[in-house]
Design a protein around this ligand. Structure first.
Ligand SMILES: [Zn+2]
Length: 302
């Protein structure tokens, strides 16, 4: 199923999945649908880490990592990673399913450079406390919850499916990376994917992130399974103005027609908090892709 597929394939990403139950009050809308209905970081993302570390999973190199949740249910179509022969420059050649990685014209991430002013619909966040099971299997922390959280943009509702982190950021602003980037992946009833990206900069300590950070795997406790409650709203910046463009998943199969909304204002995490994450995962960012015919709309870059 959808969440399983997401969970099974996040590779080198701290992921929090949201299992939507009993929440069907949103009417389907008529926007275009991505070529597939899998979110960012979905579908077969596996690699035999015994042979090909895909990201710099610091601290795990002395222990083979070979299992993925739901691998039997969702066989992986091709190995991919972030370095070497399975790195981003080769994704499009690794599997016919990944061809968009090299032929797509609407790929993500991108550099936010020139922004066209536009009337932007506010994002109406309807997030709430969510019951989560967190699992770390050597690569990923996955959280599955039975609560519904959603956003509404321009009258269309998208349900939160999962959120995860990249280090450093995938999107850049005028060529500059942030320390990290959080992706909150949503799906509408008609299958349209919308991703909220939150840039993370080094700064003040951010206690809200301790809800997740307290359960990151450690060198001595790599297999963790926790149940906790998290309100993703607490992870967002107060200012929710955003840049908008049409892009893709940033991992194979790089499916396009994804609505990207990158919050203009980053959140801050302390150096200690960022270091704690980077000791586990660092380098799981796809390089920025050509903008091609697309435009980025939103507020002026300061
Ligand atoms: Zn992502």
């Amino acid at each position: 199923m959808f969440c399983d597929r997401v969970s099974s394939s996040l590779f080198g990403i701290i992921c929090l999945s949201v299992l939507q139950l009993g929440c069907s009050d949103a009417p389907p809308a008529s926007n275009s649908t991505p070529a597939g209905n899998v979110p960012d970081s979905a579908l077969p993302a596996t690699a035999n880490l015994d042979e090909t570390p895909a990201v710099n999973v610091v601290g795990n190199s002395d222990e083979p990592i070979h299992h993925y949740l739901h691998k039997k249910e969702q066989p992986h179509s091709a190995e991919w990673g972030y370095t070497g022969e399975t790195g981003p420059g080769h994704w499009g050649d690794l599997s016919p399913e990944y061809v968009l990685a090299k032929t797509g014209r609407q790929q993500s991430p991108i550099d936010i450079g020139t922004v066209e002013p536009a009337s932007m619909s506010a994002i109406d966040f309807a997030y709430g406390p969510s019951l989560i099971d967190l699992v770390y299997n050597g690569h990923t922390v996955e959280e599955i919850e039975d609560h519904h959280s959603s956003i509404s943009v321009a009258g269309k509702r998208y349900t939160l499916q999962q959120f995860h982190f990249h280090s450093p950021s995938e999107h850049t602003v005028k060529g500059r990376h942030s320390a990290m980037e959080m992706h909150l992946v949503h799906k509408s009833d008609d299958g349209t994917i919308a991703v909220i990206a939150v840039l993370i900069e080094e700064g003040a300590d951010n206690p809200a992130f301790d809800q997740v950070w307290n359960y990151l795997p450690t060198k001595t406790n790599r297999e963790r399974k926790e149940s906790l409650t998290i309100d993703a709203a607490t992870l967002l910046p107060t200012d929710q103005n955003y840049y908008r463009y049409t892009g893709s998943f940033t991992t194979p199969p790089c499916t396009e027609n994804v609505l990207w909304m990158i919050l203009k204002t980053p959140v801050e995490l302390s150096e200690l908090q960022i270091t704690k994450f980077k000791k586990i995962i660092d380098g799981n960012n796809r390089p920025v892709q050509p903008l091609n015919e697309r435009a980025v709309t939103g507020p002026a870059i300061r």
